[in-house]
Design a protein around this ligand. Structure first.
Ligand SMILES: [Zn+2]
Length: 187
């Protein structure tokens, strides 16, 4: 991993891991796929390996990412879905030609139509977002409680009361802030 780039925030849900390639959206935003190469790296980690990516494919990926963020945020707030975002998600889903295949070990793998088809990988991500937003999976879309984040995440906790997109970053920071505040009060 090259140190000059921000590390990835990987979760267990593909579509929201993808939207988490831009973090601290309401604060000092951190772009975690600043170059086509970093998108290639991210896709490889998510089992969607491609051998190249152009600048325009990166632009398309970021367009999809922001569309998913907008639609997932609206879904979490139970607002009407923004039409432009829905269009981008649907177009990406339709353009993708990836196929799910089963490995001998019984695992699902994605097979892209060619190794330069970033669009196929985006199609898989778009379809995952559609599943989440349409309520096809067990869980609930929610917004991170951190005011500088407000990321949409998929809450699969039994009580559906998860507050932060990520316990190790947003959750931890909040806990530390509360601890410091209470110590100050005590002193
Ligand atoms: Zn967060």
């Amino acid at each position: 991993m090259r140190a000059e780039f921000p590390e990835f925030r990987l979760g267990s849900v593909l579509a929201t891991s993808f939207t988490a390639t831009l973090t601290e959206r309401r604060g000092d935003a951190v772009e975690r796929i600043p170059t086509p190469r970093r998108l290639v790296d991210w896709l490889a980690v998510e089992g969607l390996a491609v051998d190249s990516c152009t600048n325009s494919q990166l632009d398309r990926a970021r367009e999809l990412r922001e569309a998913i963020h907008a639609a997932a945020t609206a879904a979490a707030l139970q607002d009407p879905l923004p039409a432009a975002a829905v269009r981008v998600i649907n177009d990406c889903s339709v353009e993708g030609r990836a196929a799910a295949v089963l490995t001998p070990e019984g695992k699902r793998q994605w097979r892209l139509s060619s190794a330069s088809r970033v669009e196929d990988a985006l199609g898989v991500i778009a379809a995952d977002a559609i599943d989440l937003i349409a309520g096809e999976r067990d869980g609930k879309l929610a917004l991170c409680a951190s005011p500088s984040c407000r990321a949409a995440f998929f809450d699969t906790s039994q009580s559906r009361t998860r507050k932060w997109c990520d316990m190790n970053t947003c959750g931890n920071r909040q806990k530390k802030a509360r601890f410091t505040a209470s110590r100050r009060k005590g002193a």
